[in-house]
Design a protein around this ligand. Sequence first.
Ligand code: 26W
Length: 740
Amino acid sequence: MDKKEFSEELNRLDVQNKDVITLYNEISSLAMKCAGEITPTAGIRNAYYLSMEFLIGRGFFNNLMELGVLDDVRKVLAEKGADINIFEEIEDAALGNGGLGRLAVCFLDSAAGQALPLHGYGIRYKYGLFKQAFENGYQVELPDDWQKFGDPWSIRRDNEKRTVKYADMTVTAVPYDYPVFGKRINRLRLFQAEGSEEARKISEYLYPADDTEEGKILRIRQEYFFSAATVAELIENFVEQYGKKFDDFPEYNVIQLNDTHPVMAIAEFIRILTTEYNVAFSDSLRIARETFAYTNHTVLPEALETWNEEYVRKILPEIADIMIKISLDAAREHAMCGKEQISEMAIYKGDKFYMANLAVYVAKKVNGVAKLHTDILKSKTFKAANSMYPDKFRNKTNGITHRRWLELCNTELSELIDRTAGAGWRSDISKLGELNKYTREIAEEFIEIKKVKKRQLLRYIEQKEGIEIPENFLVYSQIKRLHEYKRQLMTAFAILELYFGLKDGSIKDFQPSVFIFGAKSAPSYRRAKAIIKFINEIAAKVNSDVETNGLLKVVFVCNYNVSYAEKIVAGSDVSLQVSTAGLEASGTGNMKFMMNGAVTCGTMDGANIEIVELAGIENNYIFGATVEEIAKIKQKGYKPGVYLTGKNKKAVETLIDGTFSDDGRNIFKELYDCLTTYNEPDCYFVLLDLKSYVQTLLKINGDYKDKKTFAIKQLNNVANSAYFSSDRTIKEYAEDIWDL
Ligand code: 26W
């Protein structure tokens, strides 16, 4: 069906007395008819993106926009007396935790948008990322039954299901295909596990609690489940189309591993070639080394996956054997290196599999996700491998799709750009740079637009959270997963210092400001949950203090998700990106804020460095210790107590001085202790950077008085954000890694 037919059908649609879910399914199913057959393109090389997570968010508006029918639908519904915003009720498909999963979806969108054949493979979880609720300020997790709204954007392919075998069970992998609309239609294929009760568990929950043996085994099952189904399908398709000359397999297939979660695809690839097609192990490994590529998304030790041989052998003995054989092959290749280099690159040692080392050894290209991150990979995390394989390591700085993160979520700013620099940027994002010539003259218009987006955001917050924020407030936002290295706790202390300064009169002439937090903590991450509670306590106190709540408010939005993010990035003035330098691989929220005209208040970490490089340091607010400074302090020995003085001390001691209550759970005392008395106290350098953070927030507050100058700073961020479109990122992958 084409757009015209769709519009005709749409006009015939009866809207009266139909509930939102019925309408949602009818309109989506109609639009799906425009998708046609969604399959990889035969006869050319296709790239395949394997990921445990695809954080789709809400497909409805995005897909209708990509199909070019969103305005049609809005108009037709209005004529029939319905408001398209009723579909805001439809839950997001949150099949991911955060950055890595959302990036995967942006990549698929940008590949389709540029007519590049990139297809996603993953798991169709029955329950996505939990729904967050707050009970007395504490996070509680509720199951996210996203399918209760139906799933009209997918097609179940019963005729393509296949079997995945473990030592102790057999599972049926049933593919569900989601079209990825753009200049060409790509495909996201998510497998659902079916069969016995045990088998169905494999695709029930995203990231099982991995702090138990059972949880770890389930995670290994999940990783193998979709990796094996994918590899089997790609090999089968190859043989069907090109026969059994597997040397040609890399000609037609390149497989990108999104972090180490799908790395067992390598072993499975070799297993199938050696056992089903009698290809020699050495040839199978050689072919694998021309087929796979690997993206690393983190340097945190706790996130670099290792698996006990015992767990793998228990359910996948052949995979364990193959990974050991690959390790032996690597040991031979590394034989001339020094002892510690061999150990650093070891794939299998001490009865453990080091999945990142396996990926680095086999992948023809390995990339980090921002310049600083890739430098750290080459100089530290994979130092030995980098010197052994100098051509292997590349940087591919992340990006975000400007279609969702500017065109869809900020139509007002998008239209201002059209009026100023022409509409060419929508299909060729590099044209956004044109805006630089006009930032001064359109500053007033931009101020009006920011007001509109802020009003929309604050109204939405009032409706969802019941907190009323006046529109003249300066909006600072920190939205990301809750993790100690992202330092939401440091923002909490900074807010307390502002609050105390307003109370004792030492802070004068303060622009009314609101701090918006959005974050979910992993269910098992106790300290992150304590930080959530602490922030909620601060919000309750600050918002109810009549002496100051006309100047300072705090909102922790509940159940932060992609759809909430779309509103927050558009309505905020300041983007808080304050991770400990060297720990945030890239960040992607920082790019979304930049594209929507928020200045970055941040540390020299991840992509913040590249944002500031492109938008100009004078248009952003950088503070805090750099990677080098932290390394020096670590060498000398860091004494956080030194920084526990004056206003810092007063703010931090609210954890233990009874200002706030944790209902006797002692979780605030534990936070205080981990900053001050544990061995390696304050290992994320919160106290070190707190003072300069507060100073920077006050500088921003002061600068905001001159609305026009501030708006020009914000506009300069918009005008220089083209680089951070995932269109640019995908083009770099396509040229430098996938050779599409
Ligand atoms: C221990 C905390 C943790 C858990 C999981 C850190 C990292 C992970 C994932 C395995 C990796 C991940 O999600 N990393 C994030 O990937 C984004 C997309 O590249 C980056 O923008 C974020 O900086 C990075 O943390």
